[in-house]
Design a binder for this molecule. Structure first.
Ligand SMILES: *Cc1c(COP(=O)(O)O)cnc(C)c1O
Length: 437
């Protein structure tokens, strides 16, 4: 029973509702059936291969079908695939929680598990509000997110997300959040100063009602890889302290070594946030898992003989043992020098893409660790889709955001891979812009 590409495309269009997709357009641009993955490469049914330049929506760290991760999952599968985490516990969850806490020097812990990023955001939002309420500050129930910030698409997470295309249709259903100016580095140091001043003005006025500020440290991913400096984070942490407001660091995209340190927050060189969230890369792109780390202070605010003061939140697959085993295997890689390897890979990527800085068709070439992005100046209509389709012919699977082309590759960059990527991106750009002219 050998499957063909058109057959699988037709069946998929009939049976599957694809995410983030206008299905009427998918009729004309059908999804690409993938047969298997190996390392950074994905293979279709017609013998073509594609470099997974966006790590399958930012989750894949060590390539597809990685032997070490697979072995850890297989071993767990034969021991204990899953048991409920209410009233029971298991070694993979305990060990993972201990190891992550140790990576914050013990500042954060009491790990709460869920299965996807949006749920981790919901958990932090609920914990922040509920901890204030338990402390007698039920009026602190407002949240602040950054302009173009992205924190997921369930109703609570969408309320602290400022990406119009995901948000607008559901706006009537959403809790009201404050949208603060982004410290977008493309606006220079003045932009950062303005963003901090606006945040201060907001906190001066509303801190009595504000529970928390939620941010994506260093890189606002879905905004189009919008970057800011560690100095902003340092100043923001001081400000949230001053005004007695929680800080939630959503490291779902930027955690797990993506920006050069295990947690992006480490680069801030400041007191830890009150909450840190991980998902996506934490299982290396194998199984769904997310988690929320928080402080002893917040944990203690729920400590009581009164059940209703507890955090009674649950998901069926909370702390899934297979996913925790995969995450422990991911941490093994970091215990064995992954950050050093990432630093070398990030330099190779920078060197290979340096010529683009001189290219007059693009601007704002920027990089933080293993995220590299640039904006295309006169991008034609439907640029992202055109670029995505043209890139396939250059063995590249890549999805620009608007007019921003970015790479967030698996941590498998060598000199040859880096120049392959730079050539493939440049050739695709030439083609798409030539067609537009
Ligand atoms: C992807 C993402 C989320 C949502 O995670 P899901 O698993 O897609 O629900 C939240 N925050 C950030 C910063 C993300 O990149």
């Amino acid at each position: 029973m050998s499957l063909t590409t058109p057959e699988l495309q037709q069946r998929s269009l009939a049976a599957v509702w694809h995410p983030c997709t206008q299905m009427a357009r998918a009729e004309r641009v059908p999804p690409l059936p993938i047969q298997r993955g190996e390392g950074a490469w994905l293979y279709d049914f017609d013998g073509h291969r594609y470099f997974d330049a966006n790590s399958s929506w930012w989750v894949n760290l060590f390539g597809h079908a990685d032997a070490q991760l697979n072995a850890a999952i297989k071993q767990q599968l034969d021991t204990l695939p899953h048991v409920m985490l209410a009233g029971c516990t298991h070694e993979p969850a305990v060990r993972l929680a201990e190891r992550l806490s140790a990576r914050t020097g013990g500042a954060l812990g009491h790990v709460f598990f869920a299965s996807d990023g949006a749920s981790a955001v919901e958990i932090a939002v609920k914990q922040s509000f509920h901890s204030w309420r338990n402390l007698g500050h039920a009026e602190k129930r407002e949240f602040v997110c950054l302009k173009n910030g992205y924190h997921g698409e369930t109703i609570g997470a969408l309320a602290v997300t400022d990406v119009a295309i995901f948000r607008d249709a559901y706006d009537p259903l959403l809790m009201r959040a404050h949208i603060a100016l982004s410290p977008d580095s493309r606006k220079g140091i003045e932009g950062q100063v303005k963003a901090l001043a606006a945040m201060r003005a907001l906190l001066e006025e509303r801190s009595g009602q504000i529970a928390a500020v939620i941010i994506e440290p260093l890189v606002q991913g879905a905004a189009g890889m919008v970057m800011h400096s560690p100095a902003y984070l340092r100043a923001l942490r001081a400000m949230t302290r001053e005004f007695n407001v929680h800080l939630i660091a959503d490291e779902i995209a930027v955690g797990c070594g993506r920006t050069g340190t295990f947690f992006a927050w480490e680069q801030a060189d400041a007191e830890w946030p009150d909450f840190v969230l991980l998902s996506k890369g934490i299982t290396g792109g194998t199984l769904p898992l997310s988690l929320v780390l928080t402080t002893e202070t917040i944990y203690r605010a729920f400590w009581s003989e009164d059940v209703t003061r507890g955090f009674l939140h649950s998901h069926s697959y909370t702390g899934n043992a297979l996913a925790c085993a995969a995450a422990n295997a991911v941490l093994d890689r970091f215990d064995a020098g992954q950050l050093e390897r990432n630093a070398a890979q990030s330099k190779m990527l920078a060197a290979a893409f340096a010529p683009l800085a001189e290219d007059t068709r693009v601007e704002h070439l920027r990089q933080r660790g293993l995220i590299l992005a640039f904006d295309v100046k006169e991008a034609p209509e439907r640029f992202a889709e055109k670029f995505h389709l043209a890139a396939r012919k250059h063995e590249l699977l890549i999805r620009p955001i608007g007019h921003t082309v970015y790479l967030m590759p698996p941590y498998l960059i060598g000199p040859a891979t880096a120049s392959f990527l730079a050539n493939a991106v440049t050739n695709t750009l030439n083609e798409v812009l030539a067609d537009a002219a």
